[in-house]
Design a protein around this ligand. Sequence first.
Ligand code: SAM
Length: 424
Amino acid sequence: MNLIIRDAVAADLPAIIEIYNATVPTRMVTAELEPTTVEARLPWFREHSPHEYPFWVAESDGCVIGWLDFKKFLPRCAYRGTAEISVYVDEQFRRHGVGQRLLKEAIARAPSLGITALVGLIFGHNEPSLKLFDRLGFERWGFFPAVAQLDGVKRDLVVVGLHCGKPCSHGPAGRPVCAETVPHADAPSAFADVRRGGQPRSYNDCLSLMQTLMQYRQEPIHSALQKIRDKYSMLHLDVLILIYHFSKICSGAILEIGAFVGGATIAAAFGVRDSGRPKKLVAIEPGGGVKHKRLGTRHILRDLERNLARQRVSGMVTLIKGRSFDPKTISAVRQALGTDEVGLLILDADAGKRRDIECYRDKLTEGCWMVIDDYCGADANVKSAQSRADVDALAAAGALDPLGFYGWSTWVGRWRGRSAEVNH
Ligand SMILES: C[S@@+](CC[C@H](N)C(=O)[O-])C[C@H]1O[C@@H](n2cnc3c(N)ncnc32)[C@H](O)[C@@H]1O
């Protein structure tokens, strides 16, 4: 079957509702007792976003034949990394692997959405769905006896779950815990073919990140960050968008080394603000002056503080005035972070990338997002050459997992230092 999975748009809603309504009289899938309408479901549909709680459709020959949505598992902040998923497939296309494809995609994409656990709520008598989730590694995490009443019959509810944010090597034997271990034997997706072809395990994540970036181009934050870039940043707009995105989805604090006059700091602060969760944002900058056609200044720190205030984010940023590797700076950063670990590290200071990582590596979470500037440059550019050598050495040792480079010269990836220590 020629099947594609894509983000749902409002025009798909009639087909989505039709598939949903067909399951109501079966009393197998949904606890809804009456069919619903497109109008009634519009607010629910709009609660989704491609970057946080996506809504996907499975399309074959131009027709929507199934869908999957993510939603908040519970509203309290501590459950942010856990999402509930629902999968529906058109009756005519069941037993064709459509539900399986959707679920596999959800498991594969969860880490890049900041989701570390997926749960499904399934009636105890819905054997086909229980088997499907079981095949993909979901375990039974909860059982609620006789909590639903369907046409006078009391029915049980089973909660199935899967942790999907951990590196595969730590997963229980034989259990697929993340994208890389999901069997792709019958999955005709491009990603499956690439994996069979022996590409790096992060290939799927690279494509997913590129897609995420493209999707932001349609959103208001794109023009907001364009203005920030024009006024305050030496980085490319794509990089500011990624900094915004990682700040929004990461767990833990954000550490920036080399804030300059605040472009990336402001992008990160906007991400924290839009995540709706409290996160520490610590920025290190020694100050001084810089000759630059667009952004030249004789007083970096004065301009940085003024720009943060203008964008109303001063209260969100702990600014540490000093050089990254000075003992006083290191201890001030540790004090600011307290027991929090760093979920996003932005390195845009001088050529000492490895030195800076070594100063703070014990504070980095496994999987910490890393944005490292000056990766590419002319051969004569000593700063890029050394930065690149540092990044490549860490990647070769398995401590950095590359996800590509963006803008003019910014490397993006994830910290795998703890698994590297185990494996090497
Ligand atoms: C290229 S600029 C950063 C640009 C900024 N990220 C943006 O969005 O435009 C580099 C900054 O790093 C600072 N810097 C240089 N060495 C540093 C160090 N060891 N620790 C912290 N900051 C440093 C410089 O003062 C300068 O402001």
